[in-house]
Design a protein around this ligand. Structure first.
Ligand SMILES: Cc1cc2nc3c(=O)[nH]c(=O)nc-3n(C[C@H](O)[C@H](O)[C@H](O)COP(=O)(O)OP(=O)(O)OC[C@H]3O[C@@H](n4cnc5c(N)ncnc54)[C@H](O)[C@@H]3O)c2cc1C
Length: 398
């Protein structure tokens, strides 16, 4: 299906849940991995962003991780995985076996630096083991997730802080904070997980959140069931706005472990501080908390820097994406974006986007053929055949 001018028909950027799901369905629809489509991933190993998550995040303390499509063929399911095992290890291992089983031929560590227009085609620039490379393609599926774009809100004095600023994506282990005063910022389950882990390790923990915590009565967060959160994401994506925080729409499930933390007074959030000082944080009423580290569990933004040359961004701050396709450029698809940013959403995106990609390829191919035939007709007319109508004198065209 590769066109005469391109190396491949589809480049999938990212081999997390979204990229693998798209790849699975592309293959099911008849595209050959490594030829008709190429998957590029920056990570050194399998697992998407999960390979970088902290050790203490266990399968049992993550929200539900949905199986990839077709994973049952391998006899694997996250539902049967050891709940006490680190999520990072289990996901990396299951994805590794999945990639191998379906021969998805993911290229890594391939860091995509820019996607550029090249006439009607696209050039994807990337570095592979430090070497600059490029691949030309007809379409791109962006499945780059959010892990590479951590978000830290600005507060006065942010830069003056002499302790450590740590974002969720830098957090490794509670032992790094032994005996220290730690302020944890954020109202989601990552912040709560850190507080539970730091208890009895740090000398003090202080929890702050921009808004009161919305504790849900359910013990498990069903991202799909929180229709309002998914709808908020979808509306923002369609309008080309910056995507809202997913936590602000989903709330926090009141698991037994979390409930116990609330009861013993560990999980009581204070309102946001007003300013950061070199050795701590200060609230508007003048109260002060010394801090050696501030852990920012303040979310992520979609990682889209490599798409900048395509100028897809709207003045509203985001990229307008409806049903997985960029409004401004129908050759660019988004998997795992906005309302699809959960393992189940990413799975669903895989099927819809793969179908759309295949439909677009046949449309582009038909247009290309029609253009080629038209060009051949004009060429043959110019080379001594019947001249094109608009080149003949008017009396001959009557
Ligand atoms: C802390 C945390 C916990 C979560 N827990 C859950 C949960 O329990 N259940 C759930 O359903 N969802 C959860 N999520 C939501 C998350 O969106 C899903 O985990 C889902 O796995 C994301 O899949 P993805 O493929 O979209 O992204 P990722 O897993 O982030 O995969 C994106 C891939 O793209 C690669 N990439 C990025 N940029 C480039 C580039 N320029 N060039 C090449 N490769 C690139 C990355 O290296 C990565 O491998 C969690 C999110 C966070 C932040």
């Amino acid at each position: 299906m590769t066109s005469a001018n391109t190396d491949t028909s589809v480049v999938v950027i990212g081999a997390g849940q979204a990229g693998l799901s798209v790849s699975y369905y592309l293959q099911r629809l008849g595209l050959d991995p490594g030829n008709d489509f190429v998957v590029l991933d920056r990570g050194p190993g399998t697992g998407g962003a999960w390979q970088f998550r902290w050790e203490a995040l266990r399968i049992g303390s993550a929200h539900r991780i949905n199986d990839l499509p077709g994973m049952d063929e391998l006899g694997l399911s996250f539902d049967n995985a050891d709940r006490h095992a680190p999520a990072k290890a289990v996901v990396a291992e299951y994805y590794r076996r999945y990639e191998e089983h379906f021969r998805l031929q993911v290229v890594r560590p391939a860091d995509v630096t820019a996607v550029e227009n090249f006439g009607t085609d696209l050039i994807v620039n990337f570095t592979l083991d430090g070497e600059e490379k490029e691949v030309t393609t007809v379409t791109v599926v962006n499945a780059s997730g959010t892990w590479g774009a951590p978000f830290i809100p600005w507060y006065p004095g942010l830069k003056s802080f002499e302790g450590r600023h740590v974002h969720t994506n830098d957090y490794v282990s509670a032992s790094d904070y032994a005996g220290q005063s730690v302020v944890v910022v954020g109202g989601g389950t990552s912040a709560i997980g850190f507080l539970l882990e730091l208890e009895n390790v740090a000398s003090t923990t202080t929890w702050v959140s921009r808004r009161p915590i919305d504790f849900l009565e359910d013990g498990e967060l069903n991202l799909e069931a929180r229709k309002d959160a998914v709808q908020m994401q979808d509306e923002a994506a369609r309008a080309g706005k910056a995507l809202p925080s997913i936590v602000s729409g989903t709330g926090v499930p009141r698991t037994r472990r979390i409930q116990a933390g609330i009861e013993r007074g560990l999980l009581t959030a204070r309102p946001m501080f007003e300013a950061i000082e070199p050795d701590g944080v200060r609230w508007s009423n003048g109260s002060f908390q010394k801090a050696d580290a501030i852990i920012w569990s303040t979310g992520f933004r979609p990682e889209l820097r490599h798409l900048a040359p395509l100028k897809l961004r709207e003045k509203e701050g985001g990229i307008a994406v409806a049903a997985g396709t960029a409004w401004k450029d129908p050759r660019i698809f988004f998997a795992g974006y906005g309302p699809q940013a959960s393992t189940i959403g990413a799975n669903r995106a895989g099927r819809t986007i793969a179908r759309q990609v295949v439909a677009s390829l046949s449309r582009f191919k038909r247009l290309e053929r029609e253009e080629r035939e038209e060009q051949e007709r004009l060429d043959s007319e110019q080379a001594g055949g019947t001249p094109a109508a608009n080149e003949r004198p008017w009396w001959e065209t009557e």
